[in-house]
Ligand binder design. Structure first.
Ligand SMILES: [Zn+2]
Length: 452
């Protein structure tokens, strides 16, 4: 058994001091408050539970910072960005995916995420004949090398759009018949382990038929696993859904499916007031990805109304334009402040916005990843983030404002150590395999000509 002594820790019931944790076989087996450090303990300042990055397309890490140039037409939007993203997908084999994802996952760990839900539709490698499972194996390899806990979410992608039954161009790399997809899901589920969970999903309402969506949702319900989909990221999707189904996306989904607590709706950006209330009442998690949604010009999620109605949220770094959970939480709140010309918008259950957003993202993320026991408590996985308590960002902050400081007052993070499943992946702010992951990432970008 290994032990950690934290001068301060955010445990299941709130802040506690002088907390000693015993860890065995990847789980917290002992928790004592007002304890003393013992010989051999790893002593840390502030200990908080790791967050789940509930929506990731790891391969898009290779695109970060490469799509910020105005096109000659000057009409750049999500759909023009998507063309650039498709070109990247068209350059990736399994080896490249493993290297890019390994770097993305290491960056997640050093910024305080300890788990990731990998929403995966890039099923076919470019240019070489490799089986569908090769891309899954690449993600598994990346998760293993970085140490992050992964919930693999294979995603069905059948068609180009509501009225367009065939995938087009690069979408051939994503597309799969529903039978082959379910076979792949069963293959992945059989590989599940302590550190690898498996969910299921569909890309979006436009990318699958209503019948296939039902089949996939049935598998999720029967297996009791998370069910993910992109729901309403762009106004154009809403318009197309209205034209095809006569309903807005969230409304159509709620009328046609038994949406409940195992569902994770990514980018529920465009909802009217009725959809917002109805979705909140289902218990489903909405995964908001503020840095990506801002970067792509998606729109603003109706956070206050959704939370007021009892809605659950998680956060994701999605396209990985930025990988920092505290920045996501900051922009989640800042978007609302800018739109409402007011302050402290997300503080509903708690007086402090940082505390409330952290706690909501932790609970919602764990649910979206299918991890019911997350948190600092006996029996929970030992997924922990240790912060320097003498860092100027945190020093002299007490229980009430410490998470406010972490969310709002910094660009750089005072992360000391990060543990996943009882193993240290980050020590003194550095990923333990950071050098080799960085080298593979750099060599891969060179090989695929990412700068072009
Ligand atoms: Zn996405």
């Amino acid at each position: 058994m290994t032990a950690i002594f934290a001068r301060k820790a955010l445990i299941h019931k709130g802040w506690a001091t002088n907390v000693r944790l015993g860890i065995d076989a990847g789980r917290i087996v002992e928790l004592a408050e007002d304890a003393r450090p013992e010989a051999g303990d790893t002593e840390v300042g502030v200990l908080i539970p790791g967050l789940c990055n509930a929506h990731s397309h790891a391969f898009q890490r290779a695109l970060a910072g490469r799509t910020e140039k105005r096109s000659p037409e000057g009409r750049d939007n999500f759909w023009t960005w998507r063309e650039r993203m498709y070109r990247l997908a068209g350059s990736l084999d399994a080896e490249a995916l493993a290297a890019i994802a390994g770097q993305a996952y290491a960056e997640m760990l050093i910024s305080g995420y300890t788990s990731v839900a990998e929403f995966h539709y890039l099923h076919r490698p470019a240019g070489v004949h490799q089986p569908t499972s090769a891309m899954f194996d690449a993600l598994r390899e990346a998760a293993g090398q970085s140490g992050i806990r992964m919930t693999y979410v294979p995603v069905l992608y059948e068609r180009a759009g509501f009225e367009d039954p065939q995938p087009q161009g690069q979408q051939a790399q994503f597309s799969m018949g529903v039978d082959a997809f379910l076979e792949h899901h069963a293959h992945a589920a059989a590989a599940a382990s302590d550190r690898l969970g498996v969910g299921i999903g569909v890309h979006s309402l436009r990318a699958v038929t209503a019948e296939s969506l039902q089949q996939v949702a049935n598998v999720a319900a029967e297996a009791g696993i998370p069910m993910h989909l992109h729901i309403a990221e762009q106004q154009r999707e809403v318009d197309q859904c209205l034209a095809h189904h006569g309903r807005r996306p969230v409304r159509w989904l709620l009328e046609n499916h038994d949406v409940g607590g195992n569902w994770c709706l990514v980018h529920a950006t465009h909802m009217d007031a009725e959809e917002t209330l109805a979705l909140a009442a289902t218990g489903a998690v909405v995964c908001v990805c503020p840095s990506t949604e801002a970067n792509l010009g998606d729109g603003l999620f109706p956070l206050r109304d959704f939370l007021s109605a009892g809605g659950r949220i998680a956060i994701g770094s999605d396209s990985h334009i930025s990988i920092n959970p505290f920045e996501e939480l900051r922009w989640l709140e800042y978007g609302q402040r800018l739109a409402s010309q007011s302050r402290n918008v997300a503080a509903l259950e708690e007086a402090h916005v940082g505390r409330e957003l952290f706690s909501r993202a932790h609970r919602g993320g764990a649910r979206a990843a299918g991890m019911p026991k997350a948190g600092i408590n006996t029996g929970a996985p030992a997924d922990l983030v240790a912060l320097y308590d003498d860092d100027p960002m945190l020093v002299a902050h007490g229980d009430e404002t410490l998470l406010d400081a972490l969310v709002f007052s910094g660009y750089r993070l005072p992360v000391d150590r990060v543990m996943v499943h009882g193993e240290w992946c980050v020590v003194a702010g550095e990923h333990v395999a950071g050098d080799s992951l960085r080298r593979s990432f750099a060599a891969t970008l060179q090989r695929i000509g990412a700068s072009a």
